[in-house]
Write a protein of this length. Structure first.
Length: 281
């Protein structure tokens, strides 16, 4: 091929791309959503918003977006409930004292008015709650809750792990099923589906939403009971009298007790307190 009179311009196989500068600063709001609502109430609100979109459309892309939203809502719950526990519970806080925080996160926290309240967020900056393994390890590593998990929670986590694998497909492969996903879900049964695309029907999305809600409900009960169980070992903390213990007990309940009626009617404070006292007295 003769190069005579040719200019060194590379061939373009498609239309030239336009240049766009995206201003991310304007995307973030100053206020934190939720205020002082219980964390599980915030999760229910997020779930409700996602359902409004995903359960009213049969489009494939809507199903994928709904899948991402459901897992994200669960991750948001874990991040917020861990934050509240670390700030409130002396055992979890003591466990976290020796954990590292990145310089960048520490620098941002140091510039805030209520720096202490923001420290757990900096501590959890690199934690991902999108797998059974990560969740169980985080419970031990940050909350100092050890030992075997109850069967109910193990089952809920196993089901959520399936959802997480589907989420990995949606995030990294635009819904295309990969070999690592097949291995995680059971290679013998899923290997023939490698390369296929996820197709989520309305019933599938309803099931995914239910699995995510079930996990949060089970975890919420589990962590509530574990914190009370630990506190019962401190003989100076409780007076074995509801009138005297009410203020402290309500602080424990404030982290976990839902007010959203869609999750079911919760028991009165005194009823919960009597169950606590009868179990650990």
């Amino acid at each position: 091929m003769s190069k005579k009179n040719q200019k060194s311009i590379p061939p373009s196989i498609n239309q030239a791309a336009s240049t766009l500068s995206f201003d991310t600063l304007k995307l973030f709001k100053a206020s934190r959503k939720g205020g002082k609502k219980p964390v599980i109430d915030l999760f229910i609100e997020n779930l409700t918003e996602i359902n409004k979109v995903t359960l009213t459309s049969s489009e494939t892309i809507t199903g994928l977006l709904g899948l991402l939203g459901y897992v994200s809502a669960v991750e948001g719950y874990f991040r917020q409930i861990f934050r509240e526990i670390i700030l409130f519970d002396q055992y979890a806080r003591k466990k976290c004292l020796s954990h590292d925080v990145s310089f960048g996160a520490a620098l941002v926290v140091s510039q805030k008015a209520k720096a202490v309240d923001s420290l757990p967020e900096a501590l959890l900056e690199n934690v991902i709650f999108a797998s059974k393994k990560n969740i169980t390890e985080a419970i031990k590593h940050y909350l100092d809750i050890k030992g075997n998990l109850p069967d109910e929670l193990e089952t809920a986590l196993k089901e959520f792990e399936k959802i997480c694998q589907l989420r990995h497909c949606a995030v990294h492969r635009y819904g295309q099923f990969g070999s690592q996903n097949a291995i995680a879900l059971g290679f013998d049964g899923h290997s023939k589906k490698i390369g296929f695309h996820i197709c989520l029907e309305l019933e599938d999305l309803e099931n995914i939403a239910t699995i995510c809600l079930n996990l949060v409900k089970v975890v919420n009960n589990f962590l509530f009971n574990k914190l009370l169980e630990r506190s019962a070992k401190d003989l100076e903390l409780w007076k074995d009298d509801y009138v005297k213990d009410k203020k402290l007990f309500k602080k424990y309940c404030a982290i976990f007790k839902p007010t959203n009626k869609t999750i079911g009617v919760t028991k009165h404070y005194k009823t919960l307190y009597n169950q606590f006292r009868n179990r650990y007295a």
